[in-house]
Design a protein around this ligand. Structure first.
Ligand code: XIL
Length: 379
């Protein structure tokens, strides 16, 4: 049954209006304080539901995104996740185009393969994602009224979050809603923005909280990690979105830093740490959701690529840990054998990209061993 949430408005302004003036009254601060208390209770509940191994060890969970077709076709790939991960999640199988071949049908097979594998082996899993500009089936894009778009979005979240309620630790409720370059218009131009304006984010968080009250609800985005005005703007817009959701009494539990790291760029350690501390003041956690390294501009061979990857990942970890203990660190795949990076950003000399923790022969990179040690020994 679809529930319409016309009372939930992130911003009364139409989507084209200059968004996010930052007037936060003391009344809204009070609202946030009451939310913080709720968040702390929820965090305690979440901790007690951790698998015994991770809880006893007290480590920050390491996870990786898996693809169900590869899990079937490559036993060594499947085993690599079991060898290295506390958390195993579907990379593409919970996206709209995978789940919803038509409006009437749901196809949970691929997602179930991975989530069942995780659960059967005492590992955690998480959901990615509800609101995204990409991976929308044609039948969704053909919806031409806001009312219908809202009905379909809420129904989708009720059905999908509801089906997995209690089994997933968290959901990326909104993914990549901020503009690619947010120094101009802050929000990305998407189907959901065009039909519902910025309210679609609140609608999605409200529906997800109702459908799976125990899952941590995450706002996830990329390019939050680096130095430069676009990255400063992205962090500022993200912070404003979090505040606005809280001011409307909506629970946002964590921000996901995707962590698609350009090996030649500089992580802004101070700015990311300040961002993470500000989130913590609002009772909002931090996690790394899609870590991999884009090494197309790194000259030399595997040794130089891995050294550059180690540097940029080390900097990101320094920034995150300086702010707060991350809820998880998750890589976008586990082995260089299968990765989207060379398709999107190939190395100009045609040599293999090395974005992931294990090389194409499933041997751990030195930076992965350092990362695992750091997560294991985190206080
Ligand atoms: C990518 C997958 O890795 C590919 O297999 C798929 O073809 C396209 O999507 N940001 C995200 C992810 O949030 O969902 C994207 O995943 C990578 C960028």
């Amino acid at each position: 049954m679809a529930i319409l949430h016309r009372d939930v408005h992130l911003d009364g302004a139409p989507p084209s209006a200059p968004a996010f003036p930052s007037d936060h009254s003391s009344a809204s601060a009070l609202t946030r304080r009451s939310l913080l208390r709720g968040g702390a209770a929820l965090a305690a509940a979440t901790l007690s539901s951790l698998p015994p191994v991770a809880r006893a060890a007290g480590r920050v969970p390491f996870g990786a995104a898996m693809q169900s077709d590869l899990m079937q076709s490559d036993p060594a790939y499947r085993q690599a996740f079991l060898d290295h991960c506390d958390l195993i999640l579907p990379m593409n199988e919970l996206k709209w185009d995978a789940l919803r071949p038509s409006r009437e049908e749901f196809s949970f097979w691929g997602a179930d393969q991975i989530i069942d594998l995780a659960r059967a082996n005492g590992r955690r899993s998480r959901g990615h994602c509800f609101v995204w500009w990409n991976a929308l089936p044609d039948w969704v894009e053909a919806i031409d009224t806001g009312l219908e778009a809202e009905r379909v979005l809420v129904d989708h979240i009720e059905q999908v979050a509801g089906r997995y309620a209690g089994t997933l630790t968290s959901w990326d409720v909104a993914n990549e809603v901020i503009a690619n370059d947010p120094t101009g218009e802050p929000m990305r131009d998407t189907f959901w923005m065009r039909r519902l304006g910025i309210d679609h984010i609140a609608i999605a968080f409200r529906a997800a909280a109702a459908a799976d009250p125990h899952a941590r609800l995450v706002l996830n985005d990329y390019d939050l990690e680096f130095t430069g005005p676009e990255h400063d703007a992205k962090r500022a817009v993200m912070m404003d979105l979090v505040r606005r959701l809280q001011d409307h009494n909506l629970r946002v539990d964590a921000v996901g830093l995707q962590g698609h790291l350009y090996a030649e760029q500089r992580v802004d350690v101070d700015a990311v740490a300040a961002f993470g501390r500000e989130l913590q003041r609002l009772g909002v956690g931090l996690l790394v959701t899609e870590l991999d390294v884009i090494d197309w501009k790194i000259r030399g061979g595997p040794a130089e690529q891995d050294a550059a990857a180690g540097r940029v990942i080390g900097d990101l970890m320094d920034a995150v840990f300086a702010a707060q203990r991350p809820e998880a660190v998750i890589t976008w795949g586990i082995t260089d054998r299968y990765t989207w990076i060379p398709d999107a950003m190939p190395r100009p000399d045609g040599t293999p990209s090395r974005p992931l923790p294990l090389d194409a022969r499933l041997r751990p990179k030195p930076w992965f061993e350092r990362l695992q040690r750091r997560l294991r020994t985190a206080l």
